[in-house]
Ligand binder design. Structure first.
Ligand code: UD1
Length: 371
């Protein structure tokens, strides 16, 4: 099939492009090569068998050309820095909201041309994950922890009714959405714009809610990227990873190849049309454990620095419930964390990473976004 991948030069998009080409599809990439991610260069991993259009997804003319002859669209283009989205608001709304709007307007000019639209959504739209209160015997969906609680370094969530500590449980798609950053709101928008326009024009559309994705090609010098890349860059420069809170916060780290797997399945299966689906592993891992595993893997005797500060909008725990992905897509995560981190570090060892973490943290602290 003829497939367009917006953001196809990025971390996730480029792996997806490789996966599609391996399966015999013809792929066109539309990517603006955002400087913060790519520096001044075209990434050397850009697949040579893909056609590349360097343009912004907000450029309607370029999008129109990019859609020529296309049957399937993967919309992966987005600005992805959660903290940065809280002060570069126009930039994030423009790229993520307006970019998706431009793409959709161009799509609906040719409504019968497309067999599928798959949009990259994010676990960030949930805000806090789902929890259970063992004393009250119920599932709860708490809002963010208050500043008073965080200032007292009480990191875990408490039941509003009985004050006992809540236990994290798998977060399924029925959980109400409480996005806690401009980035997260824009991801929710992207997902919902695509599904509602897709439904109205009968273009089968699927939103995949990625959990915390890691793997090769993640932009190591971008301090606004995910924690695995940030910690790897710190360790490469012989600096301690800086851990917020106490390091006991957990996430669901999913390998980029499993994200590719889910995207390929979404193309094949019709059962997932007009649905939003979690793509993770269902397994929790703490941020402290990640720091230790990365240091060990790189052979560095460097302990993380637990600073006890916190980031505004950060959640404590969010782990995917992937029952829907299994049922509708036949998705099964294949890469275990130990194996995935091994592959990541094998790549990291040969990279140069400029460490901009201290400057980025200062920028957030100046705006009271890290306390
Ligand atoms: C956020 C988004 C997610 C996005 C990801 C990467 C939310 C709820 N989710 O995830 O959609 O894919 O960013 O852009 O907004 N941490 C440290 N030290 C660091 C960096 C992070 O301790 O130097 C901690 C954070 O405080 C957090 C955890 O590591 O508790 C994970 O952070 P991060 O990788 O930024 O991801 P999320 O905030 O989960």
């Amino acid at each position: 099939m003829n497939i367009l991948v917006t953001g196809g030069a990025g971390f996730i998009g480029s792996h997806l492009v490789d996966g599609l080409i391996e399966r015999g599809h013809r792929v066109r990439i539309l990517d603006s090569l955002v400087g913060q991610v790519h520096g001044d260069t075209v990434p050397e991993f850009l697949n040579k068998d893909a056609e590349f259009i360097k343009a912004d997804v907000c450029d309607a003319g370029a999008v129109a050309k990019a859609l020529d002859g296309i049957e399937v669209i993967y919309h992966e283009a987005a600005e992805v820095g959660v903290g940065q989205s809280m002060y570069e608001i126009v930039r994030y709304v423009k790229a993520n909201d307006l970019g998706t709007a431009v793409l959709l307007e161009e799509i609906i000019k040719r409504p019968t041309q497309f067999k599928k639209l798959v949009v990259a959504s994010s676990m960030s739209i949930y805000g806090e994950g789902a929890y259970s209160c063992d004393s009250c015997n119920e599932t709860v969906y708490p809002q963010l922890r208050g500043n008073e609680q965080l200032d007292a370094h009480e990191w875990e969530l408490k039941c509003e009714d009985c004050d006992s500590t809540l236990k994290p449980v798998g977060t399924s798609e029925i959980k109400p959405l409480f996005p806690t950053s401009v980035y997260a709101v824009s991801k929710q928008d992207q997902e919902q714009y695509c599904i509602c326009v897709g439904r109205a024009y009968k273009i089968p559309t699927v939103a995949l809610r990625y959990f915390n994705v890691y793997g090769t090609r993640q932009a190591l010098s971008n301090p606004y990227t995910g924690v695995c890349a940030i910690f790897s860059a710190r360790l490469l420069n012989n600096q301690s990873p800086v851990i917020f809170e106490d390091g006991g916060q957990t996430r669901d780290f999913v390998h980029v190849s499993d994200i590719v797997q889910a995207n390929l399945l979404a193309l094949e299966s019709d059962k997932a049309n007009y649905q939003a689906i979690n793509i993770g592993t269902g397994r929790p891992i703490s941020v402290k454990e990640i720091a230790q595993m990365l240091a060990k893997g790189l052979g560095k005797d460097i302990e993380p620095e637990i600073v006890g500060k916190y980031r505004e909008g950060d959640i404590r725990h969010c782990i995917s419930d992937i029952a829907k992905a299994k049922k509708l897509l036949g998705y099964e995560p294949k890469v275990h964390l130990e194996e995935g981190l091994f592959g990541l570090l094998d790549w990291v060892k040969n990279q140069n990473a400029d460490d901009h973490v201290a400057a980025a943290t200062e920028e957030l602290a100046m705006r009271q976004l890290v306390k």
